[in-house]
Design a protein around this ligand. Structure first.
Ligand SMILES: Nc1ncnc2c1ncn2[C@@H]1O[C@H](COP(=O)(O)OP(=O)(O)O)[C@@H](O)[C@H]1O
Ligand SMILES: [Mg+2]
Length: 189
């Protein structure tokens, strides 16, 4: 299936998830991530602030911050590249482009993600075999992940049924090292 049709199918499946399912998935994903030593030890974490039916990260971001990690969140640029700014508690976010909540803090630049010890990204799907990630079509995370070193754990958060076979890949599409689903963490490379 081509990217466009696969995105359409995956987004339709997400729309069908109930608020209860979304909440239950978020809890499982948060708890499973927070019990990983390499998550607990990461001093600087790049994450995202979820919207709509995306795997929810609000509790995860809060927990990482409470735990003492510095959390940077994306600020979407005009060209769909990602700038980054520091999360400093629930009162430090404001709506940005497309109404997505972004930190009001100083922008740290597109290269800030290079300094993260852990990178948590959204995805519509991840290929079970290759680890290739499918996003919403902006290519933002292909650009961000290109700046992340090979030894930094990169984790895509997914709902059930989104770790699949046959994700179409173009040369610019990047992989993630882990996929986190409500069923647990899968190491991909
Ligand atoms: N490294 C990059 N530099 C500049 N533009 C890029 C880069 N990676 C992807 N893009 C742009 O993003 C567009 C969408 O990429 P695509 O992989 O289809 O989206 P997504 O990763 O969000 O699913 C590409 O057609 C390309 O124009
Ligand atoms: Mg891509």
């Amino acid at each position: 299936m081509d990217k466009l049709n696969l995105r359409r199918q995956l987004l339709a499946a997400r729309t069908a998830l109930s608020p209860e399912q979304l909440r239950a998935n978020a809890t499982k994903v948060r708890e499973a991530l927070l019990e990983q030593p390499w998550v607990q030890m990461a001093g600087l974490v790049a994450c995202y602030w979820s919207a709509g039916s995306e795997p929810e990260t609000h509790g995860l971001v809060f927990a990482l911050w409470k735990h003492g990690a510095t959390v940077i969140l994306p600020v979407l640029k005009e060209d769909n590249d990602l700038d980054w700014a520091v999360y400093d508690g629930p009162d430090t976010l404001a709506p940005g482009r497309f109404g997505i909540m972004e930190p009001v803090d100083t922008r740290r630049g597109v290269d800030a993600v290079r300094t993260a010890a852990l990178v948590i990204v959204p995805a519509l799907a991840v290929d079970r075999t290759s680890g290739v990630r499918l996003g919403r079509g902006g290519g933002s995370y292909d650009r961000a992940l290109a700046r992340v070193g090979p030894n930094v754990p990169t984790v895509a958060l997914l709902h059930g049924g989104e770790l699949i076979d046959g994700v179409p890949a173009e040369p610019h599409d990047l992989r993630v090292r882990f996929a986190m689903t409500p069923e647990g963490l899968t190491r991909l490379m």
